[in-house]
Design a protein around this ligand. Structure first.
Ligand SMILES: [Zn+2]
Length: 68
């Protein structure tokens, strides 16, 4: 294997690893444990990938708020 081929091979492996990583981040929603600001109940909120603020309704008191 030439030096050129070896470099291309390692670059390809790095690129593939990065692609796999970004896919695994995209895959599946993030689970957030949000504490209700009104009654303090822990609500399990599902956030879409890349989302940082999620609106949810407290299961205990029905108070609407944002989970961070
Ligand atoms: Zn509540």
């Amino acid at each position: 294997m030439s030096k050129q081929a070896m470099r291309e091979e390692s670059e390809r492996l790095v690129r593939e690893a990065m692609e796999k990583k970004s896919i695994s981040i995209k895959k599946g929603d993030t689970r957030i444990e949000a504490k209700c600001g009104k009654c303090g109940t822990i609500n399990k909120v599902t956030a879409a990938p890349g989302e940082t603020r999620v609106k949810y309704k407290c299961k205990e008191c029905g108070h609407q708020q944002n989970a961070l």
